[in-house]
Write a protein that binds this ligand. Structure first.
Ligand SMILES: *[C@@H]1O[C@H](CO)[C@@H](O)[C@H](O)[C@H]1NC(C)=O
Ligand SMILES: *[C@@H]1O[C@H](CO)[C@@H](O)[C@H](O)[C@H]1NC(C)=O
Ligand SMILES: *[C@@H]1O[C@H](CO)[C@@H](O)[C@H](O)[C@H]1NC(C)=O
Ligand SMILES: *[C@@H]1O[C@H](CO)[C@@H](O)[C@H](O)[C@H]1NC(C)=O
Ligand SMILES: *[C@@H]1O[C@H](CO)[C@@H](O)[C@H](O)[C@H]1NC(C)=O
Ligand SMILES: *[C@@H]1O[C@H](CO)[C@@H](O)[C@H](O)[C@H]1NC(C)=O
Ligand SMILES: *[C@@H]1O[C@H](CO)[C@@H](O)[C@H](O)[C@H]1NC(C)=O
Ligand SMILES: *[C@@H]1O[C@H](CO)[C@@H](O)[C@H](O)[C@H]1NC(C)=O
Length: 777
C-alpha cells in the first residue's frame, strides 16, 4: 500500500548576481539566517517613512505587496518600537534560489526615499540550512500558512476511509499534470471540490512549489477553502490540499495540511500575556517539545520558564504566559487623560509532533500579541523636610518614552529645564529599570509659594501641575500634587546684653524675618532713625546689632539711688503687613553714675547731684534743701544728694521760653569753711516742649508725651558775678515713652493757667542768677 511519490519537477532558477550596494551603513541593516527564513531588518531612521522591498530572481523583479507577500512567503512589517522595518522571507519563498534544499540565496531590492529621491539598494543574502528538514514542516506566519513535506514519504500505516473516498474521485479525474483538490472539512460527507490545475490554484491564492526534495504549499489566511475549527475552545484555521497526478495506473497523491492556532492572545490580570494552542494540532505520541522566542533565537521551554514564562497544559490546550517584562517584548506609553501603556510581543514558537511512524511534524508559529491599554499611574512622593524650608517632591516611575515638559507652580508655568539660577529646581534621576524620576525643589520662601500666617505658624502651600509628554507622538498628560507645610513663624527675639555705657540688642536673621519689622516705640527702626537718636546700628546678611547708649532716647529709669539706678530699653517687633505689635524685647540694666537728672513724663524730677563739684575747695555738704526748705533730700552721702520731687513743687520757678517750658529749682547746701558757714547752690532744670504738655492744662495733672531735658548747673561762689560759670552740666536727652503720643493741640486760652502753678521765688542768699538756655531739639 505504498504511495511512492517522485518528482521530476524543479524550479529553474539561476543565480542572480547583484552588486552589493555599499551605501547602507552596517548598523542600519541586519541580514540574518534563521532556521527556516531570512530575517532582514533596516533601521527606520535610515530607511525613512515608507520603505518597501522587491524580490529579484532570474525571471524579473517582483514588488512585495501585501497580497503578494502572503502568497509568496514574505512578510514586511514596520515596527515603530524598535524603530525598524522587518522583512522575513521563507526559504521556500517564490523568488529564493534553492540549492538542494540546503543553500538559499535571496536577492532583493530595498527601495526608499532619501532626501526626496527614490533610491534602490540591491541586496543579497545566502543562508545554508542549520537544522535538517523534518518530514513535515508547518509555518504559521503572521500572514500565511505554509506546509512542506518530504517528497518521498512512506505510506502512513493507518490510512483513513475518507482518504480512500478522495482517491476514487482523483482516479477518475486525474491526468498526468499535477492537480489539486482543496478540502473544506474533515467529515466523510463533505463533497469534494473540483480539482484545479496548479495555475488555477495559484490564481485563487494557493501557491505550490516543488523543490529538489520537498513539496511546498502556501496559502494566506481566510482563503475560501480554509476553515476554522475549535480545538478545545482554541480557534484553529486549517487549509487542506491534496495534490495528485496520475501516471498510467499509478496515482501519486500528497496530503498537505496546514493547521494553525489563530488565538489572538489574552491579557491576564496577573501581568501576563497568554497565548493558547491545542496540544495535539497534529497527531503525536510523544510529549510536546516546545521552543520559545521573542524576536530572537528559540530557546528550550525550560530555559523560557526560568526566564519567567509559564507553560501549562490545561484541558488539552497549551497555554503560554509571557511576563510583561520579558526580554524581547516592547512597551509603549500612551497618554489619554492619564498615562497608559501597552506591550507588544513577537512570539515565535516551535512545536514538534511525532506520530506513530516517527514522522516528525515541525510547527513554527509567529504571532504578534498586543496587550490592552493598561493603566500606568505616575506616582509622586512628598519628600519635604521642613527643616530645609524647601518643598521636595519626587515624581517617580516615569517610563523611558515619557518626559517632563513643564511644571506649573500655583498657576505659574516653568518649562523644563528651568533656566533661572534662582528659584525652583528640577533634577532628573535615571533608574536602572528603564524608569526615571524627577526631584522638584521649591523654597518655602519662593514667591510662587502661597503663605498663610496664623498665631505662631506659617502655612506654605504649593499646587503642582506637572506636564508630561509621551514621545514620539508628543501627547501631554498631567499629574497633580498639592503639598503643604507648616513652619514656625514666631516673631524674632533679641539677645540683649548690658554694658557700662548702654544696652546692646542682637538679632540673628532668619529667612522669614521679612515678615516682621522692628520699631522703637512707634517709629520704625531704620539707619536714619538710629543716626538721629544716637544708636549704633550694624546690619548685615547674618545679624543685626543695635547698641543703645545710656540716656539716649527711649530709656526709662527707675530705682534711682545714690549707688545707681536701673535703665530699661524696649524693642518692638511688629507685623510688617498690619504694623501690629507682636512681641517686644525689654532689657533692664543696672547703671552707676555720680550725677543724674531725670525729668519724667509724669512730672517728677529726680536728681543726684555731686555738690562737691560746686566749689573748688570741696568739703562735705550739709543742710541740703531745695528752694522750699521743707524739701529735703531723700538720700545723701558725703558729697552727693538725691532729690525726687514733683516739678512744680518745692519752690520751682517756671519759665516759658518760646515753645518750651522750663521748671527750675536749686539745691542749697552749706559748707563748713574755716568756721564760717557758706551757702552754695546747684541749679537743676527740666525743660519740656509745650506742645506735648496739653493734658497738663485739661486734667490738672502733669503729663507729657515726652520726657523732659534735664540740666544740672554747678556754680562757683562768685558773689559779684552776673553770670554763672558752669563747672559741669548734666543733662538728659529727650526721651519718649512709647505709645503715649498726644495730639499736639495748643489752645492759647488755657495757656494762662500755667501761672497759677507758679510760686514766688524765695529771694534768698547771694542773688546768684542762672541763665537758662533751653535745650533746643
Ligand atoms: C488550467 O485550467 C484552465 C481551465 O481549465 C486552462 O485554461 C489552463 O490552460 C490550465 N493550465 C494548465 C497549465 O494546464
Ligand atoms: C475543557 O474543554 C471542554 C471542551 O471544550 C470544556 O467543556 C471544559 O469545560 C473544559 N474544562 C476546563 C477545565 O476548562
Ligand atoms: C524601578 O525602580 C525603582 C527603584 O528601585 C522602584 O521604586 C520602581 O517601582 C521601579 N519601577 C518599576 C516599574 O519596576
Ligand atoms: C494642568 O495644566 C494643564 C495645562 O496647562 C491644564 O490644561 C489643566 O487644566 C491643569 N490641571 C489643573 C487641575 O489645573
Ligand atoms: C508633606 O511633607 C511635609 C513634611 O514632612 C508634611 O508636613 C506634610 O503634611 C506632607 N503632606 C502634604 C500633603 O503636604
Ligand atoms: C516673645 O518672645 C519671647 C522670647 O522669644 C517668647 O518667650 C514669648 O513667648 C514671645 N511672645 C509672643 C507674644 O510672641
Ligand atoms: C537688615 O538687613 C536685612 C538683610 O540684609 C534687611 O532685610 C533688613 O531690612 C535690614 N534691617 C534693617 C533694620 O535695616
Ligand atoms: C581757712 O583758713 C585758713 C587759715 O585761716 C586758710 O589758710 C584757708 O585758706 C581757709 N580756707 C578757705 C577755704 O577759705
Amino acid at each position: 500500500m505504498a504511495f511512492g511519490i517522485c518528482f521530476g519537477v524543479t524550479l529553474l532558477l539561476s543565480v542572480w548576481a547583484t552588486a552589493k550596494c555599499g551605501d547602507i551603513p552596517n548598523e542600519a541593516l541586519l541580514m540574518e539566517c534563521r532556521d527556516r527564513f531570512f530575517m532582514i531588518a533596516v533601521d527606520l531612521s535610515f530607511a525613512g517613512n515608507n520603505p518597501h522591498f522587491e524580490a529579484v530572481d532570474a525571471t524579473g523583479v517582483y514588488a512585495i505587496t501585501k497580497r503578494y507577500a502572503a502568497l509568496c512567503g514574505y512578510i514586511v512589517r514596520v515596527l515603530p518600537l524598535p524603530g525598524i522595518v522587518e522583512l522575513r522571507a521563507s526559504y521556500f519563498a517564490c523568488h529564493t534560489d534553492n540549492k538542494d534544499d540546503d543553500m538559499f540565496t535571496f536577492n532583493f531590492n530595498l527601495i526608499m526615499m532619501q532626501e526626496g529621491k527614490k533610491s534602490t539598494h540591491a541586496l543579497k543574502k545566502t543562508c545554508s540550512l542549520s537544522l535538517p528538514w523534518s518530514p513535515r514542516e508547518v509555518t504559521c506566519e503572521v500572514n500565511y500558512m505554509e506546509v512542506s513535506v518530504r517528497s518521498v514519504v512512506p505510506c502512513p500505516s493507518g490510512t483513513k476511509e475518507t482518504d480512500w473516498n478522495s482517491l476514487k474521485q482523483v482516479y477518475t479525474s486525474a491526468t498526468s499534470d499535477w492537480q489539486v483538490m482543496l478540502r473544506k472539512d474533515h467529515g466523510p460527507t463533505t463533497p469534494m471540490m473540483t480539482p484545479l490545475n496548479l495555475s488555477e490554484a495559484h490564481e485563487q491564492g494557493y501557491a505550490f512549489h516543488m523543490t529538489d526534495g520537498r513539496l511546498v504549499f502556501r496559502a494566506p489566511y481566510k482563503q475560501p477553502h480554509s476553515y476554522s475549527t475549535k480545538g478545545n475552545s482554541v480557534p484553529v484555521e486549517v487549509v487542506h490540499a491534496i495534490l495528485f497526478s496520475r501516471h498510467g495506473w499509478v496515482v501519486l497523491m500528497v496530503d498537505l495540511v496546514a493547521a494553525c492556532s489563530i488565538h489572538k492572545g489574552s491579557y491576564d490580570d496577573g501581568g501576563y500575556m497568554v497565548w493558547e494552542t491545542p496540544e495535539a494540532l497534529y497527531p503525536t505520541i510523544e510529549d510536546q517539545r516546545l521552543n520559545i522566542a521573542l524576536h530572537g533565537e528559540l530557546v528550550d521551554q525550560q530555559v523560557a520558564e526560568d526566564q519567567g514564562y509559564i507553560v501549562e497544559n490545561l484541558n488539552a490546550t497549551i497555554q503560554i504566559s509571557i511576563p510583561l517584562d520579558a526580554e524581547g517584548g516592547y512597551r509603549k506609553s500612551r497618554a489619554s487623560g492619564g498615562l497608559y501603556e501597552f506591550y507588544i510581543f513577537d512570539l515565535y514558537l516551535e512545536q514538534v509532533f511525532v506520530n506513530e511512524d516517527h514522522m516528525d511534524t515541525r510547527l513554527r508559529v509567529h504571532r504578534t500579541l498586543t496587550t490592552p491599554l493598561l493603566s500606568r499611574p505616575v506616582s509622586s512622593e512628598n519628600r519635604t523636610v521642613p527643616e530645609e524650608r524647601m518643598f521636595t517632591v519626587y515624581l517617580s516611575d516615569i517610563p523611558e518614552d515619557v518626559e517632563l515638559a513643564a511644571v506649573n507652580l500655583n498657576g505659574k508655568e516653568f518649562t523644563v529645564p528651568f533656566t533661572s539660577a534662582r528659584g525652583p529646581t528640577i533634577t532628573q534621576i535615571v533608574l536602572p529599570n528603564n524608569t526615571h524620576g524627577y526631584t522638584l525643589k521649591v523654597s518655602f520662601d519662593d514667591p510662587v509659594v502661597m503663605q498663610q500666617f496664623s498665631k505662631e505658624a506659617a502655612q506654605h502651600s504649593l499646587n503642582i501641575n506637572f506636564t508630561l509628554m509621551v514621545w514620539p507622538e508628543n501627547v501631554p498628560f498631567y499629574h497633580l500634587v498639592s503639598v503643604m507645610a507648616f513652619t514656625d513663624a514666631s516673631p524674632p527675639a533679641f539677645d540683649a546684653v548690658c554694658s557700662e555705657s548702654g544696652i546692646s540688642f542682637k538679632l540673628n536673621h532668619r529667612p522669614f524675618d521679612y515678615l516682621w519689622e522692628i520699631s522703637i516705640g512707634s517709629n520704625l527702626l531704620t539707619s536714619e532713625l538710629a543716626a538721629q537718636h544716637g544708636y549704633i546700628l550694624t546690619n548685615n546678611s547674618k545679624h543685626l546689632l543695635l547698641e543703645v547708649p545710656l540716656f539716649s532716647l527711649g530709656y526709662e529709669y527707675k530705682d534711682v539711688t545714690l549707688k545707681g539706678f536701673f535703665g530699661t530699653f524696649e524693642i518692638f517687633v511688629r507685623e510688617h503687613e498690619t504694623v501690629e505689635s507682636k512681641n517686644s524685647t525689654v532689657k533692664t540694666c543696672p547703671f552707676s553714675t555720680t550725677e543724674l537728672i531725670i525729668c519724667s513724663t509724669d512730672g517728677i524730677m529726680t536728681v543726684v547731684a555731686d555738690l562737691s563739684l560746686a566749689s573748688p575747695s570741696g568739703g562735705a555738704p550739709t543742710g541740703t534743701n531745695l528752694v522750699d526748705k521743707n524739701c529735703q533730700p531723700s538720700d545723701a552721702d558725703s558729697t552727693r544728694a538725691l532729690f525726687s520731687f514733683p516739678l512744680y513743687r518745692c519752690g520751682s520757678r517756671i519759665k516759658l521760653v518760646k515753645d518750651h517750658v522750663t521748671y527750675e529749682n536749686e539745691i542749697f547746701f552749706s559748707k563748713k569753711l574755716n568756721a564760717s558757714n557758706d551757702i552754695d547752690r546747684v541749679t537743676v532744670q527740666c525743660t519740656y516742649p509745650l506742645a506735648g504738655l496739653l493734658s497738663l492744662f485739661s486734667v490738672y495733672k502733669f503729663k507729657s508725651d515726652k520726657a523732659g531735658v534735664g540740666r544740672i548747673v554747678h556754680s562757683t561762689q562768685v558773689l559779684q558775678s552776673t553770670g554763672i560759670k558752669p563747672a559741669t552740666v548734666v543733662s538728659t536727652r529727650r526721651t519718649q515713652r512709647p505709645g503715649s503720643r498726644l495730639a499736639a493741640r495748643h489752645p492759647p486760652a488755657r495757656y494762662i493757667k500755667v501761672s497759677s502753678f507758679q510760686k514766688p521765688l524765695p529771694n534768698k542768699g547771694v542773688g546768684q542768677h542762672i541763665k537758662v538756655t533751653p535745650y533746643v531739639l
